[in-house]
Write a protein that binds this ligand. Structure first.
Ligand code: SF4
Length: 272
């Protein structure tokens, strides 16, 4: 059994205390991800969805572990593979006794976010570039090593901007190649490509291979044709039902469509 190192323990305690103090300095509360965290005049803390700021008929929870269930599914009942996606459900409030319970609930809602937030403030957050991360991948993910810089840039724009992930993207392609994108306005840092990004990058590598095998750079690839056909079929039926968040193999996946917007639209509208 592994034991927590003193260093890790220290960061957990320091970040918990710093976060509670930061929240306590703002009587109206602090927005963090999609939640507002507030210190209660009677003692303790409250967390609720930011869109429920003025709501009164909320389901009240007092056990920090309930945050795990709250964060698990979207409003539509779909599993949330990425807790920093802007699809946290509404309708609940967590009332917590102290900063330990606050940190525990926050770690279910946004895993590791408080520690990363604290380390960034302290100037001690280490980042890992895409190339470093890709070099560690094995098995079916090994192929992400072969992504071009341009494909990494487009994958990050499609996968990591605020419309689909509320973290602030701090990592780069490599130490000499910064990501050129909207890195995010929120307070939760992202120091390293996550598993959802790597899975998406694997799919993007397929797309790039198809591009390489298509002799005319302006011709549509087989995958692009399939995605367009699926979109037309869905729209014609009157219901465009999007694939789940991490179902990148399906045409109507939002991140996949965002990638197509970056790479397919210029082919369809070359004059723009
Ligand atoms: S790698 Fe991208 S999608 Fe994953 S947590 Fe970071 S910013 Fe979000």
């Amino acid at each position: 059994m592994s034991r927590t190192s003193p260093d890790r323990e220290n960061v957990a305690v320091s970040s918990r205390e710093a976060f509670a103090a930061w929240v306590g300095e703002a009587p109206e509360g602090r927005k963090f991800g999609q939640v507002v965290v507030r210190k209660l005049p009677s003692g303790g803390y409250e967390i609720r969805h930011a869109s429920d700021a003025g709501s009164e008929n909320l389901e009240v929870h007092t056990n920090p572990r309930d945050a795990r269930d709250i964060s698990k599914l979207t409003e539509a009942g779909e599993y949330r593979p990425l807790k920093s996606s802007p699809n946290l459900r509404r309708g609940w409030v967590l009332r917590l006794a102290d900063d330990r319970e606050l940190a525990s609930a926050m770690n279910y809602l946004y895993p590791a976010a408080i520690s990363h937030w604290y380390l960034l403030r302290e100037g001690r957050l280490k980042t890992t570039s895409f190339r470093e991360n890709a070099a560690r991948q094995s098995g079916i993910y090994e192929r992400v090593r072969y992504l071009s810089d341009e494909a990494v840039q487009n994958a990050a724009r499609a996968c990591c901007e605020d419309e689909v992930c509320l973290k602030k993207t701090l990592w780069d392609v490599d130490e000499n190649t910064p990501l050129e994108m909207e890195r995010g306005r929120g307070d939760i840092p992202c120091p390293e490509p996550c598993s959802v990004f790597i899975s998406f990058a694997r799919r993007v590598r397929y797309f790039e291979r198809e591009e390489e095998n298509t002799s005319d750079g302006n011709a549509l690839t087989p995958g692009e044709r399939r995605d367009l056909a699926a979109l037309v079929e869905a729209a014609a039926s009157g219901e465009v039902k999007m694939a789940r968040e991490a179902e990148f193999e399906k045409p109507l996946n939002q991140r996949r469509m965002r990638y197509r917007r970056l790479t397919l639209l210029p082919k369809l509208r070359p004059e723009e």
